[in-house]
Design a protein around this ligand. Structure first.
Ligand SMILES: [Zn+2]
Length: 464
């Protein structure tokens, strides 16, 4: 059982988060402010009460002693009179004396057992939960694993309660001046950016694991810079990563993480930056801080970046016969089954088996460019000659068919039949941000670039 400390020990911030329970964020902020004020007032009163005690004591002793023989007033009454005004302030009283309990429904739970684990003992609350039309839904919806939270005073009187129904829905019960009230509320998530930075020691995932950055954020970073950096092969020890991404909190607890808002990657001394901007459809797109597209007409690597492909040791891979067509391609070591992407927009020119290449795909791009993907274990379902593909489409899977001694992708990039360096031919893919969007983007970019730079610099400073 999680028994939270009485609220008087909680920092105001924590308290604010907890008051989010049944309020929308604006209301709760106001409520928290009121409560904080009440707390401050209360503390002040306590100080006044305590500091006036000795004086009062002297006064009492002076004033009451002669009368006590007549009226027999115990001194304790005098002290209670001093503390009484603070107890009459119910808001402050609640804030000062409440306890939070969080429980998970167990397989054999009944409403009774749950309420007793939550330390709810007052009859009127129990009756309300049993009989109120909205609140009684708790009893009929008790499902193992669901969370139920309650706030009570020190005597076990329920102040507020929250029970999780289906996705994002809660039953909330709160104490009011006239009794209890129950309502169905939607989950309130607070969106706050998370700032992290990491140093690469062995791999991207090694670094993100150490910094407690989720995998989907690591993959998003690899994808946003994929035209520039191949995260499977280009990383160097000492490379730096700084990232700002979305965090969705509920009552101060991180529930889910969203998209990357901004990232900076220092690879081999070169700085790459990306700023996220949501387009009209709500999809996050990434640009340079100046608003130029980060994506080029060809990818740095046609392999999908995953935890498995990134941890595949290239040291174990023995390059195949260099005789294979004078070997003008690039060999990417990767486990069998790793997904292979079309490195640019194209038309499928060939799918099938061809000599030493084994299962091979040839794509025909604009301007006389073609790309070739060899030794595949299989092709994407239904891939046919003449079909159009766009950059990033999965076209096949790594294998070791044809003349090959281990699973790898043999990749060739040709311009008018001549082998060329794909990165020398790659052009910016998308149009830069312009017009109205540019103004909005610039404001976001300025702020995020400053933050990400600060993160990057503090990281470097910490190392020196
Ligand atoms: Zn090869």
């Amino acid at each position: 059982m999680d028994i939270n400390e009485p609220n008087q020990h909680n920092a105001p911030f924590n308290h604010l988060a907890k008051m989010n329970l049944v309020q929308d964020s604006a209301q709760s902020a106001i409520l928290a402010q009121i409560t904080q004020k009440a707390e401050r007032k209360l503390k002040l009163r306590w100080i006044l009460a305590i500091s006036s005690l000795p004086l009062f004591g002297i006064y009492a002793a002076f004033g009451i002693a002669p009368q006590s023989t007549v009226h027999n007033i115990p001194t304790a009454t005098v002290i209670e009179e001093i503390t009484l005004p603070t107890m009459s302030d119910t808001t402050a009283n609640v804030a000062e004396q409440s306890f939070w309990y969080k429980e998970h429904v167990r397989r054999d739970d009944t409403l009774n057992t749950v309420l007793s684990r939550l330390n709810i003992y007052n009859r009127d609350a129990i009756d309300f939960i049993r009989n109120d039309s909205a609140a009684s839904e708790i009893a009929s919806a008790l499902k193992p694993g669901r969370t139920i939270q309650a706030q009570t005073d020190s005597e076990g009187n329920l102040i507020s309660l929250k029970y999780e129904l289906d996705a994002g829905q809660f039953i909330a019960i709160k104490q009011t001046d006239t009794g209890y009230e129950a309502s169905k509320v939607a989950q309130i998530l607070e969106n706050r950016p998370i700032l992290k930075s990491a140093e690469i020691k062995s791999s991207l995932f090694g670094a993100t694991d150490a910094a407690n950055i989720p995998d989907h954020i690591a993959i998003q970073i690899a994808e946003m810079f994929e035209s520039e950096i191949d995260f499977n092969t280009d990383l160097r020890r000492g490379d730096h990563l700084s990232v700002i991404y979305e965090g969705n909190y509920e009552q101060g607890e991180l529930l889910t993480t969203g998209d990357v808002l901004a990232a900076e990657f220092v690879n081999n001394g070169k700085i790459y930056q990306a700023i996220g901007y949501r387009d009209d459809s709500g999809k996050m797109q990434y640009f340079t801080p100046e608003g130029k597209s980060l994506h080029k007409s060809f990818l740095r690597s046609p392999l999908e970046f995953t935890r498995i492909s990134s941890s595949f040791s290239s040291g174990r891979f023995h390059p195949v016969l260099q005789r294979l067509r004078a070997h003008k391609g690039t060999d990417f070591a990767a486990p069998t089954g790793t997904r292979v992407k079309a490195s640019g927009d194209a038309k499928v020119d060939f799918v099938g088996v061809k000599g030493g290449y084994g299962n091979v795909i040839v794509l025909k791009h604009d301007n006389g460019v073609s790309t070739l993907y060899g030794h595949l274990s299989r092709f994407a379902a239904g891939l046919r000659k003449g079909e159009k593909v766009v950059q990033g489409d999965i076209i096949g899977y790594v294998g070791t068919t044809g003349m090959s001694t281990g699973p790898h992708l043999h990749y060739e990039f040709l311009v008018n039949g001549q082998h060329r360096d794909p990165m020398k031919v790659a052009l910016p893919k998308a149009i830069p941000i312009i017009g109205q969007d540019k103004l909005a983007f610039d404001a976001i970019s300025q702020q995020l670039t400053a933050q990400i730079r600060l993160l990057g610099n503090s990281n470097i400073a910490a190392l020196e």
